[in-house]
Design a protein around this ligand. Structure first.
Ligand SMILES: Cc1cc2nc3c(=O)[nH]c(=O)nc-3n(C[C@H](O)[C@H](O)[C@H](O)COP(=O)(O)OP(=O)(O)OC[C@H]3O[C@@H](n4cnc5c(N)ncnc54)[C@H](O)[C@@H]3O)c2cc1C
Length: 413
């Protein structure tokens, strides 16, 4: 069985979903494939940054977004030797939305895909996995092999966009190999209940004794993270549950009375974070964006914003050409190189900052031989805090929606 569309996107994460919406909104036929049955996945960043909020505003979605249960966080802090140092304060930015909004990523993706479904050219195929590329006689990528509830089939398209994340199947199948940029970090996630008497921390990282715990206030619970070097989960297993709870209680004293809520090591889920990137993001008929083009680590929470900005840049550059191709013109593959040209510096700088934070903050903190000096720099140098607020909040090259909406017939916004 074969079907056709103009753009076939592998992956319904932030990059794929936002690109799907943007293209469909301008009248491009698009199919988004998501291998899971819903968007409920492991914690992968529930942060919606000021730059992404601005994009939602440009798309007329900001009110719907604010109607989702969310929290606004203005500062990011590090607690070291019992003192909190704010390394970012978004209120210092001259932007319309000077805060980071915390929304479960599945709510964000549900909002984006529900909006996309208003446009007749959009189709979201859940439970459908991209298996690899289909090539025409000349070797150009001409679609995807997919497996869904009805079995395997092909979806032919003018363009395939691989937005299938840091373990991209399409990348492997098409023969693209990313360069490893940064050492890996293991992040162990768990939850602890929240009480009204708990401090109003927003998002806060606590450092001490060679350990790092991150606490993100989710109103009814704390989304906790425990950062370790690679292989850290084995170490935690070796040391046992009591030691883990004792470390948690020491670094986050207000949770000591609830450390017992971590009643089994099975409640801890570990994710390996790595930083890598492709040197080339495209070949004829195929484009990589988001983590599939450049995997981001959780450090400083850049990945979602960067993925969304890739999607906006892609639609700004390609929409007009895709509309022409939809009417029968041959698609100009040369344009694909412009997406990487536009985004590569922002990606390199963001990854560079993640590496520097890892080296001068995280590695020194995990080493345990002393307290990393990095947070204190923010206390002494006001400009460092402003810069960090800008970089986390807006990224190195904020993108804006430049494409026009082709409103579905009979709609009133
Ligand atoms: C542990 C951890 C914590 C993080 N925390 C943060 C944070 O707090 N803030 C932040 O901004 N960033 C964070 N990041 C980074 C962030 O998760 C990524 O940079 C971001 O999700 C990239 O978006 P994406 O759409 O490119 O890829 P992804 O979010 O990975 O989405 C890819 C999608 O494709 C689907 N998929 C995969 N393979 C296939 C296939 N073959 N066929 C069909 N569908 C497929 C997946 O199910 C997924 O839905 C974190 C990363 C890690 C590892």
């Amino acid at each position: 069985m074969t079907e056709k569309t103009t753009v076939c996107i592998a992956g319904g994460g932030p990059a794929g979903a936002v690109l799907g919406l943007l293209l469909a909104r301008s009248g491009v036929d698009v199919v988004v494939l998501e291998k899971h049955a819903d968007f409920r996945r492991d914690f992968r960043g529930d942060t919606v940054h000021p730059a992404t909020l601005q994009i939602l505003d440009e798309l007329g979605l900001i009110e719907k977004f604010h109607a989702l249960p969310h929290q606004k966080v203005s500062t990011i802090g590090v607690v070291q030797e019992g003192r909190r140092i704010d390394i970012a304060d978004f209120r210092r930015l001259k932007v319309r939305y000077p805060y980071m909004a915390f929304v479960p990523q599945w709510d964000f993706l549900d909002l984006i895909t529900a909006e996309a479904k208003r446009y007749p050219g959009f189709r979201l195929l859940m439970n459908t996995e991209a298996l690899g590329v289909v090539r025409d006689e000349g070797g150009r990528v001409a679609g995807l092999r997919v497996r869904g509830p009805q079995g395997e089939r092909q979806i032919r398209s003018t363009l395939v966009v691989a937005a299938d994340g840091r373990h991209s199947v399409i990348r492997r199948d098409a023969g693209f190999v990313p360069t490893l940029i940064g050492r890996s970090l293991d992040v162990i996630f768990f939850k602890i209940s929240r009480r009204d008497t708990d401090p109003d921390e927003g998002i806060c990282v606590r450092i001490g004794n060679g350990k790092i715990f991150g606490a993100t206030d989710r109103r009814t619970y704390w989304q906790m993270s425990y950062e370790t070097s690679t292989g850290g989960m084995e170490k935690v297993r070796g040391e046992g549950l009591d030691k883990f709870r004792a470390d948690l209680s020491e670094l986050v004293p207000f949770l000591a009375d609830r450390a017992h809520e971590v009643s089994s090591l099975d409640q801890l889920s570990s994710l390996e974070a790595r930083i890598d990137r492709l040197e080339r993001w495209h070949e004829p008929g195929l484009l990589f964006i988001g983590d599939a083009a450049h995997a981001m680590s959780p450090v400083a929470g850049f990945g979602v914003n960067l993925a969304v900005q890739d999607a906006v840049a892609t639609s700004n550059i390609l929409t007009a050409e895709l509309l022409r191709a939809q009417e029968g013109r041959i698609f100009d593959d040369e344009l694909l190189a412009r997406v990487r040209r536009r985004r590569k510096r922002a990606v390199a700088l963001s990854q560079g900052l993640q590496r520097a934070t890892q080296k001068f903050g995280i590695d020194e903190a995990l080493d345990g031989s002393g307290q990393p000096p990095a947070p204190k720099v923010f206390e002494k140098l006001g400009v460092a805090q402003w810069l960090m607020s800008r970089v986390i909040g807006l990224g190195f090259r904020p993108e804006h929606v430049r494409t026009q909406e082709k409103a579905p017939e009979g709609t009133v916004r």
